[in-house]
Design a protein around this ligand. Structure first.
Ligand SMILES: CC(C)(COP(=O)(O)OP(=O)(O)OC[C@H]1O[C@@H](n2cnc3c(N)ncnc32)[C@H](O)[C@@H]1OP(=O)(O)O)[C@@H](O)C(=O)NCCC(=O)NCCS
Length: 198
């Protein structure tokens, strides 16, 4: 039994170092186990379940859910799935594919869709079934991308339902690229330095 946490609640990580690699809870489902690069960071309070693959230096931050049950979920390298995001699939046939150097902001919902390399999904945005964000495309914070829509390369969409706001210049887009680098470095830091102290 783990030591009781203050207040008497069991604390599974209390007093112990975070498991090797900073891995949080990872669950097999019906014998299918997530495949996770050894240098990825999975926060202790995240849950990664079933038919999921996660690439090198990607971070799955606190309180995220990545649930590969009805279809597969594939996440590339150096991608950041920020705290509280939910990644799921659809029973009707859409899996979820997330490329390299992608940013998924805090509290976003990514449902049965495709986010190509360097796609950017803002804080609390929602991407629905069968939709695609092409390379360097962006959905603004709070946006709702409705089913089957496609955000083109360098396009910034915003609103609920989301509409094209503008096509970004390379200079504007570069500012958002910086985010993936910051989060890749943060994932390294957390893998090396995060310890539970109660
Ligand atoms: C879209 C975004 C980049 C701001 O764009 P911007 O053009 O610089 O914003 P501005 O303040 O100049 O506003 C331009 C117009 O867009 C609107 N707008 C700005 N952000 C918006 C958003 N998120 N949703 C809807 N409309 C938005 C403004 O109201 C304004 O409309 P108006 O011209 O009718 O007044 C910003 O809102 C955003 O989503 N950033 C992402 C942050 C994030 O989620 N980071 C992830 C975690 S690190």
């Amino acid at each position: 039994m783990p030591d009781p946490a203050p207040g008497g609640m069991p604390g599974p990580f209390l007093g112990a170092a975070v498991p090797a690699g900073g891995f949080g809870p990872v669950f097999s489902l019906d014998g299918i186990t997530p495949k996770i690069a050894p240098d990825a960071f999975i926060a202790p309070s995240a849950a990664v379940i079933g038919d999921v693959e996660i690439g090198s230096e990607t971070g799955i931050w606190f309180h995220c859910l990545v649930r590969g049950d009805l279809q597969v979920i594939r996440i590339g390298a150096r991608t950041n799935i920020q705290d509280g995001a939910i990644i799921h699939v659809d029973s009707g046939g859409f899996a979820t594919y997330i490329g390299d150097d992608v940013t998924v902001g805090h509290n976003a919902v990514i449902h049965a869709c495709t986010l190509k390399n360097r796609a950017f999904v803002g804080i609390s945005a929602t991407v629905l079934d069968g939709s695609v964000i092409e390379e360097d495309g962006m959905l603004a914070a709070g946006g709702l991308l409705t089913p089957g829509k496609r955000i083109g390369p360098m396009e910034l969409w915003a609103g609920a339902p989301a509409k094209l706001l503008r096509v970004m210049s390379p200079e504007e887009r570069k500012k958002f690229d910086r985010n993936a680098v910051v989060y890749r470095d943060l994932a390294r830091r957390f893998r090396a330095g995060l310890r539970s102290v109660g």
